[in-house]
Design a protein around this ligand. Structure first.
Ligand SMILES: Nc1ncnc2c1ncn2[C@@H]1O[C@H](COP(=O)(O)OP(=O)(O)OP(=O)(O)O)[C@@H](O)[C@H]1O
Length: 311
């Protein structure tokens, strides 16, 4: 099979659009690319267009506008060439529930060219001990892991993971993240959708936040959070109020909240604000309890984007 050049993008999406039967446009001109060995996360509110986009990447439907390339090819028109080189983990894997885990995996392997041995795929996702259990008896989290094992059977170069850790407990989620990282380190390109922002923050090399069919923010997790205000929080001693601090605007504060003695300041100039607050505490001779300085999390960036878009 012809391989794409190393310097080309493994996934390339240009001004992509998808309209449904009634004329509703779920994907409204998005552009991004994913390089070999990168983990790219698509985030977004419900109905933002993540699944609609991933289905186009998987070649399940043609776009209504724009262009999509996976491994240098059109995944819809050249599906026969692209599909064997990709692994797909859908939101709801549909397999016969009466079969055992091993039977299901072997059946799937039978339809996959160059498949890994079933036991190896099950071992990767920690299901080796469940080989003889019927699929219907698996827990929700175990079914998710079986979905992942099936997606990995063909040693895919590109892996599409649609909400891979939904229903998994903290341990299962951690194990899946570790597996995805090791696949990435071995050169697999991963595109995932997720509702867990800490998952994207932890796992993704780069990400895009979709909102109403458009990309509202994209970059590395730290680029996406960089222009969001950081937070400085502390508790004032009894008898002191936020009005006792120097004028907040002069400290570079762009917003604040108080709750009893607790004060939370938002700032884009963390050093200036923190120095101003600590200088004041020193001069006044007060101790600030529970002092914390935190840069914006992806969750704050996400909520900010959703809120701005509503205004
Ligand atoms: N077959 C369809 N016909 C018409 N509209 C559809 C169809 N499939 C999806 N939509 C609409 O397109 C929009 C995007 O849906 P999509 O499933 O891509 O969102 P999503 O970001 O994956 O959402 P979620 O996080 O809820 O899974 C939604 O408003 C949805 O109702």
């Amino acid at each position: 099979m012809e391989a794409i050049e190393d310097n080309e993008h493994v996934i390339e999406v240009t001004d992509l659009r998808r309209a449904y039967g009634g004329g509703f446009e779920a994907v409204r001109g998005i552009t991004f690319s994913v390089d070999r060995g990168e983990i790219f996360a698509l985030l977004g509110t419900n109905g933002a267009g993540k699944t609609s986009t991933v289905e186009l990447l998987e070649g399940l439907a043609p776009p209504s506008g724009g262009r999509v390339r996976v491994l240098g090819r059109d995944p819809h028109r050249e599906r026969a060439a692209v599909r064997p080189r990709t692994g797909v983990m859908l939101q709801e894997g549909g397999f016969p529930s009466e079969l055992t885990v091993a039977e299901t995996t072997r059946m799937w392997a039978g339809c996959t060219t160059g498949a890994r041995p079933a036991a190896e795929a099950l071992g990767l996702v920690g299901l080796a001990g469940k080989a003889d259990v019927r699929v219907k008896q698996l827990s929700g989290g175990e079914r998710r892991r079986l979905d992942l094992a099936l997606a990995l059977l063909g040693r895919p170069e590109v892996l599409f993971l649609d909400e891979p850790t939904t229903g998994l407990d903290a341990e299962g989620r951690g194990a899946t993240w570790e597996l995805v990282r090791s696949l990435r380190d071995a050169g697999t390109t991963v595109l995932l959708t997720t509702h867990y922002l800490e998952e994207a923050e932890d796992l993704a090399d780069r990400l895009a936040i979709l909102h109403e069919g458009r990309i509202a923010a994209t970059g590395t997790p730290s680029q996406v959070t960089a222009d969001r205000p950081a937070r400085i929080s502390f508790e004032l001693p009894l008898g002191y109020f936020v009005g006792d601090l120097p004028p907040l605007a002069a400290l570079g504060v762009c917003g604040h909240e108080t709750d009893g003695r607790a004060v939370r300041l938002r700032t884009r100039e963390v050093q200036r604000t923190a120095t101003g607050v600590l200088d004041w505490a020193e001069r006044t001779g007060v101790a600030l309890d529970r002092l914390e300085v935190r840069s914006a999390s992806l969750e704050e960036a996400f909520l900010g984007i959703a809120k701005e878009a509503v205004v």
